[in-house]
Ligand binder design. Structure first.
Ligand SMILES: C[S@@+](CC[C@H](N)C(=O)[O-])C[C@H]1O[C@@H](n2cnc3c(N)ncnc32)[C@H](O)[C@@H]1O
Length: 390
């Protein structure tokens, strides 16, 4: 940890306002997790560890006030998301949302995991400019500190925006979620010498005075990846029980409407490819990635790629239909990004290009569209639909 980050509060670094996270905060979080480990007979699954590292009230990465989202590390951010990169992202997605509201005869948008509120602002501005009548924009976010940031950003839409922490019994409307599925806790499975284990977390002396250090520990398990992984070589991967159960809950409650989730990930044949033997769990801090979630807990984001086949199957099993699945680049161009870029000044065009370039977000990021009732022709999947690969 950098020495300069040990005191709570805002500071200037390289002419930017940066939120410093106190060392005591990460230390308290580590002790909190260590106590959970002690209470669980010395071992917790990685999904429990990830949930606590990200969402422990007041302490987890998404529960404290660090900057998180932004284009540059100098401003204290850890990673950039599409709506933070370019407002054209939300403006383009708005075309799909407008069509979905019209086709499904609904009047409400639900956003899961709204981050800084950037996407909500882009969607609300564009839907208003398009003259789309919107009764409500509901935000569901596990993070209380982000809610405060969202409220500030969306002040001018205070009459339409509301926040809920629990889903109602039934929902109607168009659901959006950008990079929310990758933030949902995953279980780790490791195959060692041909046998499968669940990889969890332990710590040396959970109740000792010294700051706890976390270690991996594998335990025998009956859990398996959803498809056989070819070969006998050692292999590490994830399964997404929480993400898939989130989709099942949504499918259950959504009585009328559609949903669009955008995230990095693959269909299951690529996800569980024999060569992807180290899994996809990744951490982000000050725009650097590292594969070790057990250090600097609470300081960095922890993510896993999305298995889009698992998401589509969970949705179908729970009563939603798949509208389409394609790369982010295809989806955005299908929704009219080209003309929007042509009409923009050079700097805006340059940032928007990062949304669609193959080596940036264009190919790795995918969009899956779901609907209640009979499928319809969603503009976002008009060309380049890859549903057959799921
Ligand atoms: C990687 S951030 C993405 C933020 C934003 N969508 C963006 O694109 O900038 C993940 C967000 O998902 C939220 N989140 C994670 N799990 C959630 C859940 N089950 N329900 C609602 N929000 C969740 C986090 O609190 C955080 O705001």
């Amino acid at each position: 940890m950098q020495a300069g980050w040990q005191k709570w509060g805002w500071t200037f670094r390289d002419n930017s306002l940066v939120m410093k996270i106190p060392h005591s905060l990460t230390s308290t979080l580590a002790r909190h997790i260590a106590k959970t480990i002690a209470d669980s007979k010395g071992w917790i699954g990685f999904d429990t560890f990830m949930a606590q590292a990200l969402y422990t009230p007041g302490l987890g990465y998404y529960a404290h006030d660090s900057t998180k989202f932004g284009a540059m590390p100098q401003a204290g951010s850890d990673f950039v998301t599409a709506p933070e990169m370019s407002r054209l992202f939300g403006q383009t997605l708005a075309a799909q949302v407008a069509q979905a509201l019209h086709v499904t005869q609904t009047h409400e948008v639900w956003e899961f995991g709204a981050g800084s509120g950037a996407l909500a602002l882009q969607l609300l501005d564009t839907l208003a400019a398009l003259g789309v009548p919107l009764q409500r924009y509901t935000i569901v976010d596990l993070s209380g500190s982000l809610r405060a940031r969202q409220q500030l950003k969306l002040e001018k839409y205070a009459a339409v925006v509301r926040w809920v922490s629990e889903l109602p019994d039934t929902m109607q409307g168009v659901v959006v979620g950008n990079e929310v599925l990758d933030a949902m806790p995953v279980k780790l499975l490791s195959r060692i010498k041909g046998e499968w284990f669940e990889r969890g977390v332990t710590c040396d002396s959970p109740l000792a005075d010294a700051e706890p250090e976390f270690y991996w520990q594998d335990r025998p398990t009956d859990l398996r990846p959803p498809v056989d992984v070819e070969g006998e070589h050692d292999y590490l991967t994830e399964i997404h029980q929480q993400g898939e159960s989130f989709i099942r809950t949504l499918a259950d409650k959504l009585t009328q409407g559609a949903a669009f989730f955008i995230d990095y990930g693959f269909p299951e044949n690529e996800y569980f490819h024999p060569q992807r033997h180290m899994g996809t769990v990744m951490c982000h801090f000050l725009h650097k990635s590292d594969p070790d979630p057990l250090t600097n807990v609470g300081l960095k984001d922890i993510t896993a790629h999305v298995n889009f086949t698992g998401i589509a199957l969970a949705a179908q099993e729970a009563g939603l239909e798949v509208l389409g699945y394609c790369t982010q680049a295809r989806f955005l161009f299908n929704c009219g990004l080209g003309p929007l870029m042509d009409a923009s000044e050079l700097a805006v065009r340059a940032m928007a290009q990062r949304l669609v370039m193959e080596h940036e977000m264009g190919e790795l990021f995918k969009v899956v569209g779901l609907t209640k009732g009979a499928p319809w022709d969603a503009i976002g999947f008009a060309q380049g639909d890859r549903t057959h690969t799921l």
